[in-house]
Design a protein around this ligand. Sequence first.
Ligand code: CP
Length: 309
Amino acid sequence: MQTMTNPLYNKHVISISDLTRSDMELVVATAQRLKAEPDTRLLKDKLVASCFFEASTRTRLSFETAVQRLGGNIIGFADGGNTSAKKGETLADSIKIIGSYSDAVVMRHPKEGAARLASEFSRVPVINGGDGSNQHPTQTLLDLFSIHETQGRLDGLNVAFVGDLKYGRTVHSLAQALSLFNCRFFFISPEALAMPDYLCEELEEKGIQFSVHETMEEVMPELDILYMTRVQKERFDETEYKHMAAKFVLELATLEGAKPTMKILHPLPRVDEIDVAVDKTPHAYYFQQAENGVYARQALLALVLNETV
Ligand code: CP
């Protein structure tokens, strides 16, 4: 019997749009399997470089956990300031070298487009762990896995995105991914932080239903997923922020009328947009979501580094 090479084998993962619906389903199914049946040999003899030029807690540590739990080895850095970038080495040169030491490179960088550029100079797959406000595809994969874990499906869900929809790289890529699963979207944000026009136009072209709202309460009973993000104080003056904060902070009372199965996701870090009292409700799923990052990243690494999984 001939075994098929998986479609993600040896591929760069830079943007969520690099992945098809069936690639995403494959990652979700593989993550589900690895969560249920841990495998400590999938990355045996593989060396992954973890190159974080920008701060991270979850992405870096969940990737490093994923590699080690799959039996692989890891090299890398958590602060680009301690590398020869500080002496003026270009990203292209750094990646040529790092790619010659490792089997895959996971990279976070403050500049949009840095991961794509790195992929052009790397002889091994590059996985984007976030490039500026551009893309964070592995966050989207763990979000999809978390949605599937909580709802049992990805198709036909009602999903609200709340907070900074303009600069939030996670909401852009999750909306693009869920548009392949015919979900219906509710956008709730300050006007100054609305979903970008290009993304709304893309959804319109695909025939995806979406609407814009001022409060979470008005759509709460319809939701399957409430995806919260942080509104950054520094984008407003103090009076304006205080006025707005009440509308975009999720409290126990805001959840009135929610479906019992409705789950709240947040890429984290949280600042003050979800009251801690909400953590104890059956709707809160953001800490499990962060834990799911390990399984989703295990799945992606296993698929990128093995012809068959
Ligand atoms: N969600 C996320 O990317 O978290 P970190 O910035 O801590 O990696």
